[in-house]
Ligand binder design. Structure first.
Ligand SMILES: [Ca+2]
Ligand SMILES: [Ca+2]
Ligand SMILES: [Ca+2]
Length: 304
C-alpha cells in the first residue's frame, strides 16, 4: 500500500483541532481476579466463585467509548498447572449475579462484541452459553476492544472453564487490565466505482498522542482521491452518493496505489474533549462512478 506523508496527515488532523493542552490520560485500572471467578452456569456437583463486577462510572467509561481489555497472569485449572489465561466478559445494566444453578445469571446482560461460545459443564454436559458475552483473552488473543453499548453500567469479567472446584492460582497473579479508549464506527454505504465500493477503515485507540491510521481500499487504481474530515455529520446527497462529514478539512489530492489503496498514518492530537466525534470519508476521481466520483463509507472516530 502507498503510505502518505505523516506531515500531511498531521497538518490536517491538528489544524482544526488546535486545541492546546494537557496530554490525555489513559484511564485504566487493574482488576484482580480469583481462579474460580465465574458468571456461567455451574453444575450442582461443582463449586465456583463470583465473577468480578466493575462499575463503569468510576472509570469514566460511558456508552460511545470503548474498553480495551487485557488479561494478565494465569490460573491452574486442575490438570494444566499455573499456566492458563482464558478470560471472558460481558456488559450489564446492573451488578446482579444470580445463582450458579441458572443458565442466565446476569439479568442485566447487554449484548456487545463478538460472541464467545462457552463449553458445557464437564460433569453432566449441561449448556452454559449465553449470547451476550465475548472473549477477552486467550492463548491466541491477547486483548480485545469492545464498544460500550447503550445502557451498560457494569462490566462482568470471569474465567472460562467447565469444572471449577479444582482451580487455584498459587502466585495470585490473575487479573484483567481495563483501559478506556475511543471508538471507530462505519457510517453509510459509499458510492461504487471501478473496483466496487471503496472501503475506509481506521485503527488506533484514539488517545492523545497515540498513532492511528486511516486506510482506503477497493478504490480505482492510480487515481486522485481526497480525504474529507469534519467535526459534524452532514449526510448530504452529492454526486449520486452521500457526503458524510461536514467538509471542515479536505486533504488531497492523495494518489491511490496500483492496487487502489493508501494508508494514512497520523498521530491523534492530545487535549481533545471526551466524546468528540471526528468524521472521515474518501472521495475518488473515477470515471466509472455515477458522476465521475466514487466515495467510501463514512468513518466516525469518538474520543475517549
Ligand atoms: Ca498464576
Ligand atoms: Ca478446572
Ligand atoms: Ca456466549
Amino acid at each position: 500500500m502507498k503510505r502518505l506523508s505523516r506531515r500531511a496527515a498531521l497538518a490536517g488532523l491538528t489544524t482544526t483541532a488546535c486545541l492546546t493542552s494537557f496530554p490525555a490520560q489513559a484511564q485504566s485500572t487493574d482488576v484482580p481476579l480469583g481462579p474460580k471467578a465465574c458468571y456461567l452456569h455451574v453444575h450442582s456437583s461443582d463449586s465456583a466463585g463470583s465473577a468480578a463486577v466493575v462499575p463503569l462510572a468510576g472509570l469514566g467509561a460511558v456508552p460511545g467509548k470503548s474498553l480495551l481489555l487485557e488479561g494478565f497472569g494465569d490460573l491452574d485449572n486442575g490438570p494444566s498447572g499455573d499456566t492458563i489465561l482464558s478470560l471472558i466478559g460481558l456488559y450489564s445494566s446492573s451488578p446482579t449475579l444470580l445463582g450458579p444453578e441458572l443458565l442466565h445469571r446476569v439479568p442485566g446482560a447487554i449484548d456487545a462484541g463478538v460472541e464467545f461460545i462457552s463449553a458445557p459443564t464437564l460433569s453432566g454436559g449441561q449448556p452454559t452459553d449465553i449470547p451476550e458475552d465475548f472473549r477477552i483473552t486467550s492463548a491466541a488473543q491477547p486483548n480485545v476492544v469492545v464498544a460500550i453499548p447503550v445502557g451498560a453500567l457494569y462490566l462482568f469479567i470471569g474465567n472460562h472453564d467447565s469444572q471449577w472446584f479444582d482451580n487455584s492460582d498459587p502466585d495470585g497473579d490473575l487479573g484483567c487490565r481495563v483501559t478506556v479508549v475511543g471508538t471507530w464506527t462505519e457510517h453509510g454505504a459509499g458510492l461504487a466505482g471501478t473496483a466496487g465500493t471503496p472501503k475506509l477503515v481506521g485503527t488506533g485507540l484514539l488517545q492523545g498522542g497515540d498513532p492511528l491510521s486511516v486506510t482506503l481500499s477497493s478504490a480505482r487504481p492510480n487515481a486522485p482521491s481526497f480525504l474529507v474530515m469534519g467535526f459534524q455529520l452532514l449526510d448530504l446527497p452529492l454526486f449520486g452518493g452521500t457526503l458524510v462529514p461536514a467538509p471542515d478539512i479536505i486533504l488531497g489530492p492523495l494518489p491511490t496505489s496500483g492496487t487502489g489503496d493508501w494508508v494514512l498514518p497520523a498521530t491523534w492530537p492530545a487535549g481533545l474533549p471526551e466524546l468528540l466525534s471526528v468524521w472521515f470519508q474518501a472521495w475518488i476521481v473515477d470515471p466509472m462512478a455515477t458522476a465521475g466520483l466514487a466515495a467510501s463509507n463514512g468513518l466516525r472516530a469518538v474520543t475517549p
